[in-house]
Structure formats: C-alpha cells, structure tokens
Write a protein that binds this ligand. Sequence first.
Ligand SMILES: NC(=O)c1ccc[n+]([C@@H]2O[C@H](COP(=O)([O-])OP(=O)(O)OC[C@H]3O[C@@H](n4cnc5c(N)ncnc54)[C@H](O)[C@@H]3O)[C@@H](O)[C@H]2O)c1
Length: 252
Amino acid sequence: MGRLNGKVAVVTGAAVGIGAYYARALAAEGASVVVSDIADPGTVVAQIRAAGGQASGIRSDVSSWEACQAMVQQAIGDFGRIDIMVANAGIYSQLKRARILDLEQEDWDRVMTVNARGVFFCAKAAVKEMMAAGSGKIITISSTTVATGVPDLTHYVASKGAVEAFTRCLARELAGTGINVNAIAPGLTMSENVEANRAVLSATIAAQHRARCVQRDQTPEDLVGALLFLASSDSDFISGQTLTVDGGIVLH
Ligand SMILES: NC(=O)c1ccc[n+]([C@@H]2O[C@H](COP(=O)([O-])OP(=O)(O)OC[C@H]3O[C@@H](n4cnc5c(N)ncnc54)[C@H](O)[C@@H]3O)[C@@H](O)[C@H]2O)c1
C-alpha cells in the first residue's frame, strides 16, 4: 500500500528536472498524477505508466490563470479530484544572471511572472476545489537562496522570497479549511539542467560541499522524502512552514 493511494496530485514544471522526480515519486506512492509543464510532459507520463502508475499530461504555462484552471480541471476530469498541488514550475536553470545595473525590467518581470504569479495561480486554482472537499495539500518551492542571499540573482531570490511569504499568508488565510500550505527550500540541486552546467558552476558546487553538514552533491532524490512527507497525512499538523533541504547549510 502506498502512502498516497487514492490521492490525486498535480505537479507543475514536471517534464524535466526536480519536478519529474516529484511526479514519479508521488505516483510510486499510489497517487494519480497530472504531469504539467510548458514543455512536453509525455516522457514522464510514459515513465509513470510503465512503472504501473496512473498519470496524464498537460502542457500549461503557470503564468496563465486559464492554464492553471485547466490543469486542475484535468485532474478532476481524469481522476475525479485534486488532493495535492505541487507548484514546482519556475525559471531557474534558464535564468539570466546579472548584477543589478545590468538587470533589465523584462528580466525581473519574466522571473516574477512565472515564479511568483505562477504559484499564486496554481494555489488559487487548487484552493477552489480543495475548499469544497475540505482537505488538501499545497506545496510550493522556495530556495535556500532566500536565507543566504546570492549576487547576480536578485530577481530570482526575490521571487522565491515572495513564494515563502505567500505560503505563510495562505496557510493562515486557509485556517480551518483542512488545507495545509507548506514550502520546500532546496539547496543547489544537481537536476539535469544544472548538471549540464557543472563545469561553469564548479567553484560554487565545491563551496556548497564545504558549507554542508552532509558534504556531497545534492540530488533531486534528496528532495523526495520532504515532498512525500508534506503531501501525506504525516504532515497534517504542519502548515505555513518552509522545510529546508540543503544538507545543512541554512540552520534554523
Ligand atoms: N536545481 C536547484 O538547484 C534548485 C534550488 C532551489 C530551488 N529550485 C527550484 O526547484 C524547481 C525546479 O528546479 P529544476 O532544477 O528542476 O529547474 P529546471 O529549470 O530544470 O526545470 C524547471 C521546469 O519548469 C518548467 N517551466 C518553466 N517555465 C514554466 C512556465 N511558465 N509554466 C510551466 N512550466 C514552466 C520548465 O519547462 C522545466 O520543466 C524550480 O522552482 C527551482 O526554482 C531549484
């Protein structure tokens, strides 16, 4: 018996990278999963089905309200309900890094539109259905960069700071509804697009290893335990929190 048998999840940004790991892990625990991404989610859907799980795919841009409503409606149409929303989509590996004097309004707006507004829309679309059901888990994805600060990434880190603040506010706003809202804050994680830049990032990666209590690469698999915990009834008494998963750099 999986921990999530009978549950239905939507995972955004799940065609590649960490989101694909989240989608496969939720399915392996018994959840039916809508694999959503602006890119083609077909490979991940096929992987889940080949492993005996249930999944459907949808191409959706999280910065569009209509697209976010459509992916929640697909969960209901295909699997009858929505219990878990993982708002993972974000501009990260394709980020333009720039010092403030070189950072343009369009760079700022693009990152804010996907990373912050996208989380707002995904949560809003899910809340409507979860309120009626009287239960639900909304999981947002922040970053440890909110706590540490990083040069050249003010737009990205500000967008993730917005995600954390939004998570706290929404958790309180939904008090008494049965919906839990929590964030995961990953450290630098070697998802495939990050791995492709290992040579460029080698000094940063080495510095992260030294700073960690667990002194090795962080992999997408390292985030799966936290995701399943926040998606399952094991975390029913936890809301409004940000769970840091970074091998022990940021300590609370
Ligand atoms: N990898 C890391 O080191 C790290 C660290 C902290 C937080 N994060 C966060 O974790 C999440 C996943 O990271 P990743 O390394 O897999 O990133 P990634 O860049 O490899 O993947 C991001 C995914 O989001 C999708 N996406 C982008 N814009 C979208 C949009 N408008 N609508 C829908 N989907 C869209 C992309 O197609 C891609 O599949 C992101 O939110 C990222 O900010 C990553």
